[in-house]
Design a protein around this ligand. Structure first.
Ligand code: GLU
Length: 476
């Protein structure tokens, strides 16, 4: 039997880290086993729907490199993949359940049910609709009231979860839940079971919030006379401190915001895969793994997904992103970072960016900040220029810059960093590193913080460097 997994988001807003991680685990498992991965949109709660969510979901998954074999945009043998386009199918199965005595039209008003619910709450016991189920049930349903499931057997359920092991729940978890609402739409509880059946889904990967409803699903599988798929629960994602659930600040934010901030999808996928899973049996906290898409597919296993919450570690994400940025060729770095490919200085500065920036966002900020001096001649302040001048001299800096001009003059037009260093250092060692290198770096950069002077001369080139030194000498 070939593996079929699905990601079944509701279009109720943007995709956040947790949603994407669930999709990723389901996808990795399908790819690992050469199976099928389906994207299904669960849009049966019209009140909660947010316009644009479906496009956003698709764009987010595309960005990460998670592709699906079947889905609303690509079609497939089980189309349609939008639940709102499948109402007739749910109705057909609902009527079948009605006919078999496993469903009945809700005879009560919402107000009546609300009274019972309140009463149960006051008595601190769970509200169970089935306790109010009328003795004689109507066998016809006109669709104007909800259709409810009639639990076939009230019993304790035990089931296997691929990540949690054996799970069990008793009678309190079983109830006559709504199959089809009075607006004609099915509930999640009903629709996903039908769709997973018709789409031949073999493994359901989802969050732990569905564990408590699993007995309801199992009783429905029983009524339908089908064997349920395998269940695999992914752990919750916890905030930085590793205690409470992930909040927006720690990363429950729109996944596409990471794209805007200059994270690479390779790094994001790598990071998400390690949220609750690790390729090796034992690993020290912080033993980061840089793993490509293919390596992840190769190593992934649902059985080794952890039970406990996974900590969202921003530092680790930055680390992985920096590592992934370093794997890019200079051309790719420029193209993917949206940098100006026509500026040769940018090309020369890439090693600095790779060294220091963890995201393209940081790289862009560096180019606009501490590296701006590469693109714009700085203005130089006399007091700062001479601030390392040894006491009792008043022309040391002037002499040094003049001598350095002569030294740099002998370099090739576009000297390598090492060549600049080789030429300048003996002089600096002889006269004093601080008093020599400071004015040189400051004359070139006009900034108190910048790359070292050798790097600056190398990137600026001989001509531009000499012009800047000349300008600094002019104010002395
Ligand atoms: N539509 C559900 C959600 O977005 C999917 C749950 C499932 O995967 O079965 O939470």
């Amino acid at each position: 039997m070939s593996v079929v997994t699905r990601f079944a988001p509701s279009p109720t807003g943007f995709m956040h880290v947790g949603g994407v991680r669930t999709a990723l685990f389901a996808w990795l498992y399908a790819r690992k086993h050469g199976g099928t991965f389906i994207l299904r949109i669960e849009d049966t709660d019209k009140a909660r729907e947010v316009a644009g969510s479906i496009d956003h979901i698709i764009e987010s998954l595309h960005w990460l490199g998670i592709e699906w074999n079947e889905g609303p945009d690509v079609g497939g043998p089980h189309a349609p993949y939008l639940q709102s386009d499948r109402l007739e199918t749910y109705k057909k199965y609902a009527l079948e359940l009605l006919e078999k005595g496993y469903a009945y039209p809700d005879p009560f008003t919402e107000a009546e049910v609300e009274v019972w619910r309140k009463q149960a709450e006051a008595e601190k016991r769970p509200f169970l609709y089935r306790e109010h189920r009328p003795a004689s049930l109507s066998t016809t349903w006109d669709g104007t009231v909800p259709l409810r499931f009639k639990v076939p057997e009230v019993k304790r359920y035990e089931w296997q979860d691929m990540t949690r092991g054996t799970l069990t729940a008793g009678e309190e978890a079983l109830d006559d839940f709504i199959l089809i609402k009075s607006d004609g739409y099915p509930t999640y509880n009903f629709a996903h079971v039908i769709d997973d059946l018709l789409m031949n889904v073999t493994h359901i990967v989802r969050g732990q919030e569905f564990i408590s409803s699993t007995p309801k699903f199992l009783s429905l599988y029983d009524a339908l006379g089908i064997t349920p798929p395998a269940f695999a629960t992914v752990p919750p994602i916890l905030g930085e401190e590793g205690t409470k659930k992930l909040g927006k600040r720690d990363g429950a934010k729109d996944i596409l915001e990471y794209r805007e901030e200059g994270y690479l999808p390779e790094a994001m996928m790598n990071f998400l895969a390690l949220l609750g899973w690790h390729p090796t049996e034992t690993h020290a906290e912080g033993a980061e793994e840089v793993l490509s898409k293919d390596a992840l597919i190769e190593a992934f296993d649902l059985a080794r997904v952890q039970k406990g919450g996974a900590r969202f570690d921003e530092e680790k994400l930055l680390y992985l992103n920096r590592e992934w940025l370093r794997t890019l060729s200079d051309d790719d770095y420029i193209a993917r970072g949206g940098l100006d490919a026509s500026d040769p200085k940018i090309r020369k500065a890439i090693h600095l960016l790779k060294d220091r920036a963890a995201t393209f966002g940081e790289a862009r900020a560096m180019l606009a900040g501490e590296l701006r001096c590469l693109f714009e001649a700085p203005s130089v302040d006399r007091a700062l220029l001479v601030q390392k001048e040894p006491a009792d001299t008043d022309s040391f800096t002037k002499t040094a810059l003049t001598d350095l001009s002569a030294i740099i003059e002998k370099l090739p037009e576009e000297p390598a960093i090492e060549a600049v260093k080789g030429a300048v250092m003996p002089y600096a060692d002889e006269k004093g590193r601080g008093p020599v290198l400071w004015p040189l770096r400051y004359a070139l950069s006009g900034a108190e913080r910048s790359p070292d002077p050798f790097t600056l001369v190398s990137i600026l080139g001989k001509g531009e460097s000499l012009t800047r030194i000349e300008k600094a000498l002019a104010i002395l």
